[in-house]
Design a protein around this ligand. Sequence first.
Ligand code: T3D
Length: 268
Amino acid sequence: MTAEIITSDTIKLTTQDGVATISLNRPKQLNSFTEEMHNALASVLDEVAANEQVRAVIITGAGKGFCAGQDLGNRDPRKQTYDLGQTITDFYNPLMKRLKNLGKPTIAVVNGVAAGAGIGIALVCDIVLCSDKAKFAMAFGKIGLVPDSGLTWSLVQLVGLARAKALVLTNATLTAEQALEYGLIWKVYESDRLMDEAIKLATTLAYGPALGTSLTIQALNQATDNSLEDQLELEASYQQKAGYSDDYKEGVTAFLEKRPAVFYKDSN
Ligand code: T3D
């Protein structure tokens, strides 16, 4: 077992036992995003994607918040105009694509308030765990903006069009329990248990069959865009890949030998 800590000012990365934990680290501003933080997170995500020892990824926030979206301290529309389409194209959209296509399971650990693009970051992850103190504040309408970071897509997918429209048009703030009831997240834990539970889940995923897990995520991500016929074809091709893997050989061998399968050994 090993722990390695790499820090930049705004993003902290810890790797241990196959699990990378990424903390958004601007707690005084509720971990809202600056350009520097976007660049630091992009580098860390690329590093995590390339590191074969990393087999599951947690993303969380330092301090009492998860992420309040764009840093509004960086915006003063009284003094200048901004091409926000450009910042979305240059920073938020690549971030969403990096997270969605990481090739490893991602867990958002929402420790406190998530607002604006912070909600988009949580919902693009494969599994969302929340503290009982977490809140989801839609926020965009309050400053005259449109939901971004994939939220017009993910909210509709997760809660349906009727609830998605009402949530964003009323700038609603959901509690963790409401988010659970709406099907937005997987589980809620008391705040002092949240990280232990997240690490337990991430470690279980890290010790699972990496290729099969990655292909499963990819298949599920494509399900809503595909017809059943297309999805059946996709499953056949992914199953072919999984069937040629060492993990399949180990899984079936372990079954026949009546022992737990070993897909991953921490090399340290
Ligand atoms: O601009 C572009 O590039 C386009 C991109 C858009 C993407 C987006 O995400 S747009 C949405 C931007 N985010 C928001 O509009 C959220 C603004 N924040 C809030 O509405 C509230 O702060 C929260 C609902 C998130 C939390 O409320 P509360 O009462 O728990 O905390 P608070 O007291 O409002 O905030 C605590 C501190 O965090 C406070 O600083 P202070 O007064 O203690 O020094 C506050 O200013 C700071 N903070 C919160 N959100 C932001 C922020 N600082 C900078 N940027 C923020 N987004």
